[in-house]
Design a protein around this ligand. Structure first.
Ligand code: IMP
Ligand code: MG
Length: 177
């Protein structure tokens, strides 16, 4: 049975997300933005972040699949669901739960650049800086975390735990690294 340890509690998450929303609101003052959430992990973060942004906001979602086990990615990313509308001339904020190796967001970023948006920024709630293999960084980053597998607040382990209100470290599991 897995054990959960709270790494970042709900109050700290809420305060940080509010701060991120304020920064985005200031940076894009007077302009509309499109939040593009990466399914499914980013949904809870996107829902909270959007309500902290005082601009004209619209949503879109993309889904990718990456091959590998639940905890380890293989490095191959495949588009499963594209955006619904053209992003040409728009201010895009790509919303992701966590930046790990950076492979996922590097792939999505280059795909979205082909739309010729006005601007393209990345908002990631969590950042495992030490795991990065790609030269990519978040423009709005919530928390830098150590190389531990985390769940909750949208993040899953084999589709479980997304509904936990806190971000927790999954200490041991049936499939440990
Ligand atoms: P990257 O492509 O290696 O940056 O991986 C990003 C994706 O890996 C995220 O969208 C998550 O789905 C998943 N991921 C990476 N680290 C964790 C974690 O600690 N818990 C849950 N999912 C994770
Ligand atoms: Mg994800």
């Amino acid at each position: 049975m897995e054990k959960l340890r709270v790494l970042i509690g709900r109050e700290r998450i809420a305060a940080k997300v509010a701060e991120m929303g304020q920064r985005i609101s200031q940076d894009f003052a007077g302009e509309p933005v499109v939040l593009i959430g990466v399914l499914k992990g980013a949904t809870i973060f996107l829902a909270d972040l959007a309500r902290q942004i005082t601009l004209d906001v619209s949503f879109d979602f993309i889904a990718v699949s990456s091959y590998g086990t639940a905890k380890q990615q293989s490095g191959e990313v495949k588009l499963v669901k594209d955006v619904d509308r053209s992003m040409e001339g728009r201010n895009i904020i790509l919303v992701e739960d966590i930046l790990d190796t950076g492979l996922t967001l590097t792939y999505i970023q280059s795909m979205l650049r082909a739309h010729q948006p006005k601007s393209l920024r990345i908002a990631a709630l969590l950042d495992k800086v030490s795991r990065r293999t790609e030269p990519i960084h978040g423009d709005y980053v919530g928390f830098e975390i150590p190389d531990e597998f985390v769940v909750g607040y949208g993040l899953d382990f084999a589709e479980r735990y997304r509904n936990l209100p806190d971000i927790c470290v999954l200490e041991s599991g049936p499939e440990s690294e």
